[in-house]
Design a protein. Structure first.
Ligand code: UGY
Ligand code: MN
Length: 249
C-alpha cells in the first residue's frame, strides 16, 4: 500500500472522525493572513461550524455572519482580542466567547493557532448571552458523575441566555465515560492530549491528540482513555433550547 493513500478519516451520515493527515487549509472570508481547516459544517449535517485556524504574524479576523456567535480556544501562540473598548491577550488555553452581533477584532502580532466554533444563535425571550474571556486553568474541575478519574470543566456560564456549552474533559489512563450516551444534543470535539478508543454508533475508532469528531444528535457515544498520560478533549454541545424548535441548533 502506498502510504499517502491511507487515512484514519471517516465521514458517515451521523458522525465523522477527521484526522490531521486529511486536513486541507483554505482562506477564511473577511480575515487577513489566516488559513482555516473547516472540519465540521452544515454541509455534512451539523448545526455549527468548527475550524482549526492559523493566523500568521500580523493577521486580523473578520466578523461572523449576522446572528452568529463565536468561540475561540487558543492552541498555540498568542492573539489579542479587542472587544467593548478593552484589549485581552489570549495565550495558549485562553478562550473567548462573543455573542452574536458583538463588534470585535482578533489580531495576532506573532502568529497563533486556535479552535474556532461558530453557530447561529437561538434566542430565548428575556435572556441574552454575554462576552466571556478566560483561561481553562481558571475553571474548576468537577468529577464527572462522581468519578475523580474523569474531570469536566464547563468553560461557559450555565445561564439561559447561552444556547451552547463548551467543556473540556480530562481522563486518567483507563478512565471511561460511565455509559454509552445517546442524547438530543450534538457534539463537536477536538482531542487536545493523549488518546484512546471512541465508540461512535457501531464503530470503534483509535483516537489521538489533533483528531476532530462530529457526533449528530442521538449518536451512541463512549470513550475509553488509553496510554500512560491523561487524555483531554474540548467539546461543543448545543444546550438549553426547546427540542420542538425547528432551528434549535
Ligand atoms: O456532555 C456530554 O454529553 C459528554 N459527556 N459527552 C461526551 O464526552 N461524548
Ligand atoms: Mn455526550
Amino acid at each position: 500500500m502506498i502510504e499517502t493513500s491511507s487515512s484514519r478519516t471517516r465521514v458517515a451520515r451521523d458522525h465523522a472522525l477527521l484526522t490531521p493527515e486529511s486536513h486541507v487549509p483554505a482562506p477564511l472570508p473577511g480575515w487577513t493572513g489566516t488559513k482555516a481547516i473547516t472540519l465540521i459544517a452544515p454541509v455534512m449535517g451539523a448545526g455549527f461550524v468548527q475550524c482549526l485556524v492559523t493566523m500568521e504574524a500580523g493577521a486580523r479576523s473578520g466578523m461572523p455572519l449576522d446572528g452568529v456567535e463565536r468561540f475561540v480556544f487558543v492552541l498555540e501562540g498568542e492573539a489579542s482580542l479587542r472587544v467593548a473598548g478593552a484589549d485581552h491577550v489570549l495565550g495558549v488555553e485562553s478562550y473567548a466567547f462573543l455573542p452574536a452581533g458583538t463588534e470585535h477584532a482578533l489580531v495576532s502580532a506573532s502568529g497563533a493557532r486556535f479552535l474556532l466554533l461558530e453557530k447561529r444563535y437561538v434566542p430565548l425571550a428575556g435572556h441574552s448571552a454575554r462576552v466571556i474571556v478566560s483561561r481553562e486553568a481558571e475553571v474548576p474541575t468537577v468529577d464527572f458523575l462522581g468519578d475523580p478519574a474523569a474531570r469536566l470543566r464547563t468553560l461557559l456560564p450555565d445561564e439561559p441566555g447561552f444556547d451552547l456549552a463548551m467543556n473540556t474533559f480530562e481522563f486518567d489512563p483507563g478512565a471511561t465515560l460511565p455509559m454509552v450516551e445517546s442524547h438530543v444534543m450534538e457534539h463537536g470535539l477536538l482531542f487536545l492530549a493523549g488518546g484512546g478508543v471512541y465508540r461512535l454508533g457501531d464503530s470503534w475508532y483509535p483516537v489521538t491528540a489533533g483528531d476532530t469528531i462530529w457526533m449528530a444528535p442521538y449518536l451512541p457515544q463512549w470513550f475509553g482513555a488509553l496510554g500512560k498520560t491523561p487524555s483531554r478533549y474540548i467539546y461543543y454541545k448545543d444546550m438549553a433550547r426547546d427540542p420542538l424548535l425547528e432551528a434549535r441548533r
